[in-house]
Design a protein around this ligand. Structure first.
Ligand SMILES: Nc1ncnc2c1ncn2[C@@H]1O[C@H](COP(=O)(O)OP(=O)(O)OP(=O)(O)O)[C@@H](O)[C@H]1O
Ligand SMILES: [Mg+2]
Ligand SMILES: [Zn+2]
Length: 257
């Protein structure tokens, strides 16, 4: 297990990442896939359909594709700019354990076709989103895997945007979130909405579960209370081959201030 982690981390070159800073959201229409939004750095001057790009990338041979594929995958990942190229620094044993859990999860995701969940729970400012985004960047750059970052509310609003939009369907939008190799659901406990909202999110998680595609969730609640917030059916799936990491150290935003 450990050797795999070490080999994987040596092949990573996070230095290609800073070129992705200054992202903007760009909406365009693909003849095949309808309206799509991509987030791109200022250097990108022409719009590309993210679905076409990832389909094309999936067919590319693993020769010198990594960098090209990483660029393509970054445009569809919606990685928040703040965390681009950032690393979670572990200074305590608890933080080192969190890093280790993230490495093991990285291994599970790269094995493919294994349902697994990593659930980062704890107080605000403890580095949960940072660690999740580091895992995501490593998967993109080191393993050429397709990843998507979104908040639960973001997922719901993207699905609902399909209502009445030509070329988009609710089913298609749910499937889009189900298809990424890894989906990060930040603020999973923040679904304030109706039962319909919970059902939509449940459908995303369930399709991923059925397809053995891992999920990384982040929440401020304890794992038990977030079971109540997200509903028993999501919580049950997350607990199967799931790891919970408790972030119970000081708010790093206050320390930095
Ligand atoms: N271990 C760490 N190493 C380096 N920077 C860190 C670490 N932990 C937190 N930070 C920094 O502290 C800030 C807060 O981290 P982050 O946004 O990941 O917190 P969070 O746990 O997701 O908080 P919230 O629950 O409020 O979303 C960021 O600027 C992040 O880069
Ligand atoms: Mg966060
Ligand atoms: Zn397309």
């Amino acid at each position: 297990m450990t050797t795999v982690i070490e080999r994987a981390s040596k092949s990573l070159d996070l230095s290609v990442l800073p070129m992705f800073s200054g992202f903007r959201q760009w909406r365009g229409t693909c003849e095949k896939h309808g309206e799509q939004v991509i987030s791109v750095p200022p250097s990108v001057k022409s719009w590309v359909c993210p679905v076409c790009v990832s389909q094309k990338a999936a067919k590319t041979l693993p020769v010198e594709w990594l960098e090209e594929r990483a660029k393509a995958l970054m445009t569809v990942s919606h990685l928040p700019e703040k965390y681009v190229g950032q690393k979670f620094v572990a200074t305590s044993d608890e933080q080192r354990r969190a890093r280790q859990a993230a490495k093991l999860f990285y291994d599970q995701v790269t094995q493919k076709k294994v349902w697994a969940s990593l659930n980062l729970v704890g107080e605000t400012g403890t580095g949960k989103t940072l660690l999740a985004c580091e895992v995501m960047q490593r998967l993109i750059v080191g393993a050429g895997m397709s990843c998507r970052y979104a908040t639960s509310m973001g997922i719901l609003s993207e699905i609902k945007e399909s209502y009445g939009t030509e070329g988009k369907t609710e089913n298609g939008e749910i499937q889009r979130f189900a298809d990424f190799d890894l989906l990060i659901i930040d603020e999973i406990d923040q679904i304030r909405g109706s039962d319909t909202d919970r059902l939509l999110l449940q459908e995303v998680v369930n399709r991923r579960y059925n397809a053995k595609k891992p999920v990384l969730t982040i929440s401020n609640l304890s794992f038990e209370s977030f079971g109540k917030a997200v509903g028993a059916r999501i919580a049950s799936r997350l607990s199967e081959n799931g790891t919970v990491v408790l972030f119970d150290w000081a708010d790093q935003r206050r320390i930095a201030a």
